[in-house]
Ligand binder design. Structure first.
Ligand code: AMP
Length: 606
C-alpha cells in the first residue's frame, strides 16, 4: 500500500496518541528540544510534532496542503515531513525552541498503523472489485497503480464498514438499540440522518441517549458543531474515543450493527459519455459504478483496463471482415503502412479500435513482420500494454488493436505543457514501469521503448505499444542477440545493444530512462543536436542527458540509474517499478472528499 512519506524517519511513531507521545519523550529524558513525529489522528496525511521545552510538552499540528506541501499552522510550507523537521532544527520560526534531538524509536517499537491503515487493504480490494468488477491480476494492477487515489476514495467511505455504523435508521430506533443490553457511558453508534443526508452520533451517558449532528463544511470536513474538524467520519469517531471534544463523554463501546452483509452502499450514478462501456451481462450485476467527472477519471474507468470479458470471442487471428468498420481517419503511419481508426462489432457491443493496415503493395517480408508483432501481442494481457484484438486478412493484412485515443505521450505532453503537472507525468511513467515489469516477468524484450510508443487512452492512462521489434527470450537466455543491425532507434539504446547487438530487459531499462527524460522534458528530443557517433562517445565518456527543467530530483536520480553503463549493475524493472511507485505514492494529492455539503442546523439534545 502507499507508503507514508514519514515512514523512513527514525523519530516517526505512526498513529500514537498524545499521551503515548509524551510517554516516549519522558523515557527519552525530557531534554530541551527533544522531539518526535506522529500521525495526525484528525487529518489524512497530516502529522503532529511533539516537542519538549522546559520540562513541558508542546504539540504542533502539521497539515498537508492541497498543493502537497506540509506546514505548521502559520508557518512556511515544506515539501515533506523530513524537510519540515530539518527546517525547524535550524530555525524555531515560532516554535517554542528549535528541534534539537530526535526521540528515536527503539527496535521493539514499530511504527503504529492507524485503524484505517490496518483495514484499508481489505477495504481497497472490496471497493475495487465492486466498483470496477476487477479480479485477480487486473485488480492488483489497479490497486498498485492508483493506491493513493483509491485510498482517498475509500477514506471517505470507510465508516460504512465499521460495526458502529448503522446506516439510515430513525432516531427512535437508535435509542432503542442503545437502551438494549448494557447501558454503559460512551456506548455509541453513527447513523445517517433521515432528512438531510448528513450523519448523527448517538451516545449513551448517565442512562440517557444524546444525539449530535455531524456537520460537513464546504471543504468536506466533518465535525460536531463547534468541534474539531476531520477528513472522515471514522477519524472523528477514533478521536472522540480519546477525547470528548465538546460532547458529554468519550466514546466507549460500539453499539454493534448486526445488519447482514454490512457491505458498503456505493453511489449508484451510472457513468455516461464516450468512455462508457457496457460490460458483459454476467458481470453487470456485480458492478457498482461511482460517479466520475473527467478530472477524476481513473484508468479503471476506461475501457481497456479490464481484460475483455470473453477473450475467445474477440482476440482472433482471423477476424471476420464484416465485423470491422474502418474509418478513413488516419491515426498515424510508418513504413509498414498506416494506422486507422475503426469499430469492431462484438457480441457484447461495439469497440473503438485502431487498425494497423499493411500497404497493399507490400512484400512478403513486411507481412511476416506484422504477423510476428501480432504473435507477440497475442501473448500479452496487461492494463498498461496495448492489447491486440485480432488479425484480419482481407483487402490487406490488418492488425486490430484496442484504441488509445489520446495518442503518443511525447506529442500529448508537448502540446499540453501548461496543463499537465509533474505529478501526472509521474503517474503515467509509473504505469509504463508496471507494463515493462510485466514484460520482464514474461521474458519479452520490447526493444523500442520510447515516448512515441507510449500511447494515452486518457490523460491519466498510458499503454505501451509498437511491438514491431519485440522478441520473446528463450527459456534459458537472458538476452536476445540480433544477427545484424537494422533501422534502430539508437538514441534510446543501451551501450551493449550498440556495441554487441545484445538486448535484454536491462537494455529496455536504459530505454525507459530515455523515455522518462522525454516525458519530464514535455516531449523534448534526447541528444537533440547530436549525431549518433557523438552520442556514442558522449556515453562512453560517462556523460549523460542533463536533468530536464521541471524534473524532480528523485526522478532524475532514477534515470541516471537506468543509464548505468554495465547492464549487470543497472536495476531491473522490478526495482524501477518500486522506485516509481514509491515516488508516485509520496507525492499524491491530499484527499478531496466527494460530495461535500454545506452545514445544516445542529440536532437538538433530548
Ligand atoms: P506504430 O507503428 O505502432 O508506432 O503506430 C504509428 C502511429 O499510429 C502511432 O504513433 C500512433 O499515433 C498511432 N497508433 C498506433 N497504435 C495505436 C492505437 N492502438 N491507438 C491509437 N493510435 C495508435
Amino acid at each position: 500500500m502507499s507508503m507514508d512519506p514519514a515512514a523512513e524517519l527514525p523519530f516517526f511513531y505512526g498513529s500514537i496518541s498524545r499521551t503515548e507521545a509524551e510517554h516516549h519523550l519522558k523515557l527519552a529524558g525530557m531534554a530541551d528540544g527533544l522531539f518526535l513525529l506522529r500521525q495526525c489522528l484528525r487529518n489524512l496525511g497530516g502529522y503532529v510534532l511533539s516537542v519538549v521545552w522546559n520540562l513541558e510538552f508542546y504539540h504542533y499540528s502539521i497539515e498537508k496542503q492541497l498543493n502537497d506541501t506540509y506546514c505548521i499552522t502559520g508557518g512556511i510550507a515544506h515539501c515533506g515531513p523530513a524537510e519540515l523537521c530539518e527546517f525547524y532544527s535550524k530555525d524555531p520560526d515560532g516554535l517554542v525552541c528549535p528541534l534539537k534531538k530526535p526521540c528515536l524509536r527503539s527496535s521493539d517499537t514499530p511504527i503504529r498503523l492507524s485503524l484505517f491503515d490496518s483495514m484499508k487493504n481489505n477495504m481497497l480490494r472490496e471497493y475495487v472489485k465492486q466498483t470496477w468488477n476487477l479480479e485477480g491480476e487486473a485488480m492488483e494492477q489497479a490497486i498498485i497503480s492508483q493506491a493513493p487515489q483509491l485510498e482517498k476514495l475509500i477514506a471517505t467511505m470507510a465508516h460504512e464498514k465499521m460495526l458502529w455504523y448503522h446506516g439510515k435508521i430513525p432516531r427512535q430506533e437508535s435509542e432503542r438499540l442503545l437502551y438494549c443490553g448494557a447501558q454503559t457511558d460512551g456506548k455509541f453508534l453513527i447513523r445517517d440522518r433521515e432528512e438531510s443526508g448528513t450523519f448523527a452520533l448517538s451516545v449513551m451517558y448517565g442512562k440517557n441517549v444524546y444525539h449530535y449532528q455531524i456537520i460537513q463544511d464546504k471543504s468536506g470536513k466533518y465535525s460536531i458543531p463547534q468541534g474539531l474538524k476531520f477528513d472522515s467520519i471514522w477519524q472523528l469517531v477514533e478521536f472522540l474515543k480519546l477525547k470528548p471534544d465538546g460532547i458529554l463523554t468519550v466514546l466507549g463501546d460500539a453499539c454493534v450493527c448486526t445488519a447482514p452483509g454490512k457491505l458498503p452502499s456505493l453511489p449508484t450514478t451510472r457513468r455516461t459519455g464516450p468512455n462508457s462501456y457496457t460490460p458483459a451481462p454476467q458481470a453487470a450485476t456485480a458492478k457498482a459504478v461511482r460517479p466520475v467527472s473527467e478530472e477524476h477519471v481513473l484508468p479503471m474507468d476506461c475501457i481497456g483496463f479490464n481484460p475483455y470479458h470473453n477473450p475467445n470471442e474477440i482476440k482472433k487471428l482471423n477476424l471476420d471482415r464484416n465485423k470491422l468498420f474502418i474509418d478513413e481517419v488516419e491515426l498515424g503511419s510508418g513504413n509498414f503502412g498506416c494506422v486507422k481508426r475503426g469499430v469492431l462489432e462484438t457480441k457484447t457491443g461495439q469497440l473503438d479500435v485502431a487498425i494497423k493496415v499493411l500497404k497493399s503493395d507490400n512484400e512478403k517480408l513486411m507481412k511476416e513482420e506484422m504477423m510476428r508483432e501480432a504473435e507477440i501481442m497475442y501473448q500479452l494481457s496487461n492494463p498498461f500494454i496495448v492489447r491486440m484484438l485480432g488479425l484480419c486478412n482481407a483487402e490487406s493484412l490488418m492488425l486490430v488493436m484496442e484504441m488509445a485515443a489520446c495518442g503518443p505521450l511525447h506529442k500529448f505532453l508537448s502540446s499540453n505543457k501548461d496543463t499537465v503537472s509533474v505529478e501526472e507525468i509521474v503517474n503515467l511513467m509509473h504505469q509504463v514501469s508496471m507494463g515493462m515489469k510485466y514484460l520482464e516477468e514474461k521474458s519479452f524484450v520490447h526493444r523500442d521503448l520510447a515516448a512515441r510508443n507510449v500511447l494515452l487512452v486518457k490523460r491519466q492512462f498510458a499503454k505501451i505499444s509498437d511491438f514491431g521489434l519485440s522478441k520473446a527470450l528463450g527459456a534459458d537466455s537472458e538476452y536476445y542477440k540480433a544477427r545484424s543491425t537494422g533501422l534502430w532507434p539508437l538514441k534510446w539504446y543501451a551501450p551493449e545493444c550498440i556495441n554487441y547487438r545484445k538486448f535484454s530487459s536491462k537494455s529496455d531499462v536504459w530505454s525507459f530512462g530515455i523515455t522518462m527524460w522525454e516525458a519530464f522534458s514535455y516531449g523534448g528530443k534526447p541528444y537533440k543536436k547530436m549525431k549518433q557517433a557523438e552520442v556514442n562517445s558522449f556515453i562512453e565518456s560517462e556523460k549523460r542527458l542533463a536533468c530536464p527543467a521541471k524534473c524532480p530530483e528523485r526522478m532524475y536520480a532514477l534515470m541516471q540509474e537506468c543509464w548505468i553503463y554495465k547492464h549487470e549493475d543497472r536495476p531491473d524493472f522490478k526495482k524501477v517499478e518500486e522506485a516509481m511507485r514509491s515516488y508516485h505514492y509520496s507525492i499524491s494529492n491530499k484527499v478531496k472528499p466527494l460530495g461535500a455539503v454545506a452545514a445544516a442546523e445542529p440536532d437538538m439534545y433530548p
